[in-house]
Ligand binder design. Structure first.
Ligand SMILES: Nc1ncnc2c1ncn2[C@@H]1O[C@H](COP(=O)(O)OP(=O)(O)O)[C@@H](O)[C@H]1O
Ligand SMILES: [Mg+2]
Length: 377
């Protein structure tokens, strides 16, 4: 129970020139924790609201457990939704807020009591049941909102940025609890966030959206290691992946990446990807994550031959466990993650190199990934 299928779903708001959701086509498995992530305005909430029945579907079909849902009213969908602003009833006690959905469904009184007490215990809000929402902190309100959704024991949970009003510490804590609750209850959950860290830590599968269009659907690690295009590569990961423009050339049977400042001999593991390319798409953007950028003191024999170029340090950011060194290489800005023991000061000129097995190459004109992590990881 609780599998969901979107078949080529579109949403076009009246008077808008382009669809808010454009050909959303995806199946969600029973029990899955699916996260929709993307920048503000990319169509996440609209997608969720169509699933809840709060927004009409302009074209395409929606199925829950193979039942056609397009015209089924929200109350008949066996779905509970948790919103960013909690949406609690101010005049009702915590107990009654949690119990309300059950009362409306004519659940027997003893059963309501049992369920409310059970979720209150799980969420550690048993001592708050007599209070009114105005007597609660933000974190407590969000627990009550979650409790109300959980008590109903629906087939599907929908959550739209439920943690975004909490401070960082409480957000991390509630995030961990949500993961645990979801894995205990094993109910299909569709969770919306604009925060890529939240997406990466919570989702078993992540859908990255931009301008109403799905960019990639993958488990977190795959999204990080094999982003399908420049947008996903830049959106997932912090600090973000470095991008350097250049060309892929073939010389005496070996592939090189080069621009005015660097010429890198690429490992043979990339060969099969580059063999498929026509000359026209050999204008590329090289992508490399900060943890795969190497800095070291420049030595006389550091040149093209061994894959190092000279860089200039702009600034260093110390976070505690790591340092991030911002350098320029010609026109390109690059961030390197280094251990905090190696100290780089502004205008230092270290040699910069890359972990050659961990490079990404994207088509300059389309942004599509041409090759990633030649060593397979
Ligand atoms: N009721 C509405 N009428 C017209 N346009 C809307 C409405 N709701 C959302 N939009 C537009 O649809 C797009 C997607 O919005 P939304 O789904 O809320 O994005 P997200 O949740 O990813 O921030 C945005 O361009 C937004 O301005
Ligand atoms: Mg939204």
């Amino acid at each position: 129970m609780g599998s969901i299928t979107f078949s080529h779903v579109f949403k076009q708001y009246k008077g808008e020139s382009r669809p808010a959701v454009n050909d959303f086509h995806l199946s969600i498995e029973e029990g899955e924790f699916l996260v929709l992530v993307g920048p503000s305005g990319c169509g996440k909430s609209t997608t969720l609201r169509m699933l809840a029945g709060l927004e009409e579907i302009s074209a395409g079909e929606l199925y829950i457990d193979d039942k056609f849902m397009n015209y089924v009213s929200p109350k008949d969908r066996d779905i509970a939704m948790v919103f960013q602003n909690y949406a609690l009833y101010p005049n009702l006690s915590v107990y009654d807020n949690i119990a309300l959905g059950l009362k409306l469904r004519k659940t027997p009184k003893y059963d309501i009591e049992l369920r409310v007490n059970r979720v209150a215990k799980v969420l550690e809000i048993s001592h708050l049941l007599d209070r009114k929402p105005s007597q609660l902190s933000g974190g407590q309100k969000q627990r009550v909102a979650l409790g109300r959704a959980i008590a109903r024991e629906p087939q599907v949970f929908l959550m739209d940025e439920p943690l975004s009003n909490l401070d960082a510490k409480l957000r991390a804590q509630t995030r961990a609890e949500l993961i645990k609750i979801q894995s205990d209850l094993k109910r299909t959950t569709v969770y919306v966030t604009h925060d890529q860290v939240e997406a990466m830590t919570m989702g078993t599968r992540i859908v990255v959206m931009k301008d109403g269009v799905i960019q990639q659907v993958a488990p977190p690690k795959q999204l990080y290691d094999e982003p399908a295009n420049l947008f996903v590569a830049g959106f997932i990961g912090s600090p973000q992946m470095n991008f350097i423009e250049g060309n892929v050339t073939l010389e005496e049977g070996r592939y090189y990446f080069s621009n005015k400042r660097m010429k890198l001999l690429l490992p043979r593991s990339y060969d099969s990807s580059f063999e498929k390319l026509t000359r026209a798409v050999r204008n590329v953007i090289l992508g490399v994550r900060p943890e795969n950028v190497l800095l070291k003191p420049f030595e006389p024999d550091d040149d093209d031959e061994n894959g190092f170029a000279m860089s200039v340090v702009q600034m260093t950011e110390v976070t505690g466990a790591d340092s991030y060194v911002y350098v320029t290489v010609g026109d390109s800005k690059v961030i390197a993650r280094t251990d905090p023991e190696s100290i780089y000061l502004k205008d230092d000129k270290p040699a910069i190199g890359f972990n050659m097995g961990k490079l990404h190459f994207f088509d300059v004109s389309t942004g599509v990934s041409l090759a990633a992590g030649g060593d397979g990881g």
